[in-house]
Design a binder for this molecule. Sequence first.
Ligand code: UDX
Length: 445
Amino acid sequence: MAVIASKCPEITVTVVDINQKRIDAWNDPSLDELPVYEPGLKELVESTRGKNLFFSTDVEKAIDESQMIFISVNTPTKDYGVGEGMAANLKYIEACARTIARVAKDDKIVVEKSTVPVRTAATVKSILEHTGNKVHFQVLSNPEFLAEGTAIDDLLNADRVLIGGEQTPEGQAAIGELTSIYGHWLKPHQILTTNVWSSELSKLAANAFLAQRVSSINAMSELCEATNADVREVARAIGMDSRIGPKFLQASVGFGGSCFQKDILNLVYIARHYGLVEVAEYWEQVIRINNHQRERFARKILTSLFNNVADKKIAFYGWAFKKDTNDTRESSAIYIADFLIRERAEIHVFDPKVSLDQMLSDLNYLNSRPADINAAKLSASNDPYAVAGDSHAIAVMTEWDQFRDLDWPRIHDGMQKPPFIFDGRNLLDRATLQEIGFEYVGIGT
Ligand code: UDX
């Protein structure tokens, strides 16, 4: 919305949320950091806030005044009842649709921005039409393809924007309205229009394909470790095939983030719903490899440290699911910390953007261990040298660039011997670290 506000000065954009604290934070010019850390976002918000970008909790007023409404609520994996652990929980989407239906007094375009299962637009439309004030709605699907950490650039230089709408004159007119917004900064060939179901499915499919590439290279990484091949060399060799391409071939400690696992689970659930057993099993395997990669990494830490990490200090560099974000959702670091705490290790974390409170709430959410045990076993500091001091090992979880530039000889001197580095991102230079005296363990190398 900040990008739209800055590129379309004649459009008024109001971001509404029922959480007063969050809206206050977005409105507070004295805060050093916005509630979401995203490179370039602060500057954009500061240049548009109060001009044509507003943050408010007055949901009904904003609905009443707008011609186009983007639904951008979360659609987490359902954690109860039918479809538990797989299906998307659509209760927030439904609540939005009901509020819009109740409040709207004139025709509106409703845009699904949240990632949703295929055919959700039909649900939204049905609620809008049957509970509303007899006004007309057009429902568009406009999935978001931006990745965190590069969100602004991804939007400004989008590979494509996808807009799905009804194949009727009214549907096409609504598509035209939304196209004209993106047309402020994108060329017509970058804006792709489809029917609603293709658009909804394309978002799930895109994330499934991306995650599949990571799981494929991670599966290769295990084979590389068994055969003395180097997964970085394999990735380079296959990535130079223009049919494969070089991106998303970085072996890692496993993918995280709010999208990949959730969207694949969703895809699997839909496939099962239609009785497509083989299709469901095929995509499920992408998640199994990801879980396996996390577990494999955690076990490697345990076995390398002489099968005993009880009361040993292990330093984590990074907790976020990738660099340049403070988002920790589904981060592999959470799972690996959980495994090691079960082995009674002590985890000390340095992440430039994530607070200890967030880390503890991630751990408490994942396991049923009493919260005070998590709190006793996990600590954090913004001093990477203090975090590494006295530790038996450092595990690199996030590929923050700044980790490369640390004073590694100093870190080595402060650690227990022999000092291990488990580089879950293949971020650091093995030869240099070995020369300093570290035992270096990478992924697939
Ligand atoms: C993803 C999609 O890329 C984006 O289009 C969609 O809108 C939302 O989901 P995001 O979750 O922000 O974006 O992160 P992404 O850059 O895709 O990375 C996902 C995870 O895969 C991260 O944990 C990342 O570290 C990992 N990854 C990525 C790898 O392990 N190896 C790679 O080569 C690439």
